[in-house]
Ligand binder design. Structure first.
Ligand code: SAM
Length: 304
């Protein structure tokens, strides 16, 4: 799946080629594994202890890192990765196979949100229904976020739980003063990304603005006991190779997509951070760390 835009909003391009991002998405998931495992355990606690979890949907699964975590956490469940990008679903299957979970993980190619409509409870035609529906960082790529939540809530079985990972805090990985360029680079990068995000959303098909009060949106989708919880990933310096590779790709993406909005000095700083041979580069500098907070919004479908 490729998100397309002929932006009338200036020179930022907001197309996302998800196939190209496959390795980065899987790396990111690997780094988040401790958080994802805690999240799965917490979601189990939010469900009625008597409720059997037979089917789990991971909507906008990407390469299926959380899909496989669910397959491990819910031993009696079939877990289905649903995504619009075939290459990512291939990765999800390969991952499940590597982890010995192949029999319990299925994939389904679907364009959202239309792909959520219809189908019987096992997903013979459509994605089917589930006791737990999870969607991480996918709803914000859909034009009508309230419509998407309504559709996600619509595939819940009675007593089922919907959980969407959206928001949290901007990731931090550098000190305020990194010894090159003007201090405060991360805050300025946050601002230009926020601007990019705004244009990205405006360019989506059927883009609709909504006050992003996720608990209120989940209530409007008909769910009860709505609320949220936040998990922290805290990888201190010095970082290992996977985290450095992840940050290198992240900074490359920033240079390619938003650096026009930065001044010359910050662009030069980005170049140094992306110089693989430079001691100040992100691949080598000793002070790089990774701190990120992810908020999960959740609500239950009543049991009757
Ligand atoms: C930011 S990634 C999130 C992947 C994973 N859930 C995670 O948290 O790492 C967004 C995912 O949503 C999928 N996606 C975006 N828009 C979609 C659409 N309209 N239909 C189906 N899938 C879509 C992309 O293919 C991608 O895998």
């Amino acid at each position: 799946m490729r998100q397309h835009s002929e932006s009338g909003h200036g020179h930022h391009h907001t197309d996302i080629d998800w196939e190209v991002m496959a390795a980065q998405l899987e790396n990111s998931g690997e780094l988040q594994l401790p958080v994802l495992r805690r999240t799965a355990a917490h979601l189990r606690e939010l469900l009625d202890p008597a409720k059997e979890v037979r089917r789990v949907l991971d909507i906008g699964s990407g390469p299926g890192v959380m899909t496989c975590v669910f397959a491990e956490a819910f031993a009696d469940a079939e877990v289905v990765a649903v995504d619009g990008t075939p290459g990512l679903l291939d990765r999800a299957l390969a991952r499940a196979e590597r982890l010995g979970l192949a029999g319990r993980v299925a994939v389904r190619h679907a364009e959202l949100p239309e792909g959520l409509d219809g189908g019987d409870e096992h997903g013979e035609d459509g994605v089917g229904t589930a006791d737990l529906v999870w969607s991480s960082r996918a709803v914000h790529h859909l034009g009508d976020q309230q419509g998407a939540l309504n559709a996600l809530a619509g595939v819940l079985r009675p007593g089922g739980l919907l959980a969407v990972a959206e928001g949290g805090l901007p990731m931090r990985f550098l000190p305020r003063d990194i010894g090159i360029g003007r201090p405060g680079l991360q805050a300025r990068l946050d601002a230009v990304q926020e601007h990019w995000f705004e244009i990205m959303r405006a360019d989506l098909p059927g883009s609709t603005t909504v006050v992003e009060d996720w608990p209120a949106m989940l209530s409007r989708a008909g769910l009860t006991r709505v609320g949220s919880f936040t998990s922290l990933l805290d990888l201190p310096a010095p970082l290992g190779e996977t985290a450095r590779a992840f940050l290198y790709t992240h900074l490359t993406w920033l240079r390619e997509t938003v650096s026009e909005s930065l001044d010359m000095e910050d662009r030069k700083t980005l170049d140094v951070l992306l110089d693989p041979g430079a001691p100040e580069g992100i691949l080598r500098r000793p002070d790089a760390f990774l701190l990120s907070a992810t908020t999960v919004f959740k609500g239950l479908r009543s049991a009757r």
